[in-house]
Design a protein around this ligand. Structure first.
Ligand code: FAD
Length: 304
């Protein structure tokens, strides 16, 4: 398919802001990744539907992303369309203890907003730099809480372009997983949460304490994707990696963080391939030395 034609068609369809050859390092927290042929910032549900219908009609590769905080794009050209839910999906409504948020809302911002409104439940997400859409897809979590603890229902656009609302139970949440991972064509549009009333001062104190802990135990000053591996049931991933003597191991500009072994950081000059190779090396070593298979939390995109 001629991407100049795709670009022109999508502009004519008025799907949102359409960009050609957009570097994906600008849209991922690892700050690596080659260009994608077409990048769209969609602002409305109609724009999203028009873009998806076009992409599917022409059998184009596509993906909806949030803040790219859990993605490792390859260095090569992504020959397809990346869709980002932009400002039009960045809204919140408060009604008592019920909070409704668009899929594009930042989890960190929402945690602080709810805290100041005297609503408790989002403290766990105050250090997770993704969107509500990406958070629900991943069932993001920390400190024994996750999206499943607070989600009441999720409004989704399904593969037939219909809007359906799934309850918490229907979302099939599990450790860093949800029904969305088994239905890659579904898009989260909006999420309704149920929180509990509490003193804003108390909630902010909890958030501040956790922030301080993250700052001292995680490499926040370098690009990363958070924890690279899920924790196996027998031991935390960082411990298995540490026991393999991999703390600080480097490939090119990628490094197993000196501060937290389950983080791989970009020292500023890493290629996506450096990071990929380091992830695979860690997996191999942990398998060899502990006979445990680590499963990466970060999602590989465009490596096939
Ligand atoms: C410094 C740092 C700390 C982190 N700490 C944590 C932590 O404590 N706990 C934790 O769980 N994670 C953590 N993460 C990882 C990451 O922030 C989460 O996985 C987050 O949920 C990803 O959200 P995102 O918007 O960036 O999604 P992206 O990375 O953009 O996408 C992730 C997946 O979600 C899908 N997706 C995104 N939006 C939608 C949508 N609207 N509809 C359907 N699918 C969608 C994408 O297609 C993709 O498959 C951390 C990351 C960093 C960089």
């Amino acid at each position: 398919m001629d991407f100049n034609q795709v670009y022109q068609d999508l502009v004519n369809l008025n799907v949102g802001q359409v960009i050609k050859d957009e570097p994906m390092y600008k849209h991922t927290t690892l700050r690596v990744g080659g260009p994608c042929a077409i990048f769209i910032n969609v602002n409305t549900q109609d724009g999203l539907i028009a873009a998806l219908k076009y992409v599917n009609k022409h059998h184009l590769k596509s993906m909806v992303i949030g803040k790219g905080s859990n993605l490792l794009f390859s260095d090569g050209l992504y020959q397809g369309v990346i869709i980002c839910l932009a400002e039009g999906f960045n809204y919140t409504h408060y009604n008592g203890c019920t909070v409704t948020a668009g899929a594009g809302v930042s989890m960190i911002k929402l945690a602080y907003q709810a805290a100041n409104a005297g609503l408790s439940g989002f403290e766990f997400m105050s250090g997770i730099p993704g969107t509500i859409g990406g958070g629900v897809y991943m069932n993001a979590g920390a400190y024994k809480y996750d999206m499943a603890s607070v989600v009441k229902s999720v409004k989704i656009l399904n593969e037939k372009y219909q809007t359906v609302t799934l309850t918490n139970n229907q979302m099939e949440f599990g450790y860093r997983t949800s029904i969305l991972q088994r239905n890659p064509r579904w898009v989260v549009l909006e999420v309704v949460f149920e929180l509990s009333p509490s003193d804003p001062k108390f909630i902010n104190e909890v958030i501040d304490k956790r922030k301080e802990k993250r700052m001292t135990t995680q490499p926040w000053n370098k690009p990363s994707a958070g924890s690279i591996f899920q924790n196996p049931s027998m031991a935390p991933a960082w411990k298995l990696i540490e026991d393999c003597d991999l703390r600080g191991r480097e490939i090119g500009g990628a490094q197993v963080s000196l501060k937290h072994c389950n983080f791989i950081v970009n020292n500023g000059y890493a290629s996506a391939k450096d990071i990929y190779d380091l992830i695979e090396l860690v997996k191999e070593e942990v398998k060899k030395q502990h006979d445990i298979e680590l499963h990466q939390e970060v999602k590989y995109v465009n490596w096939e």
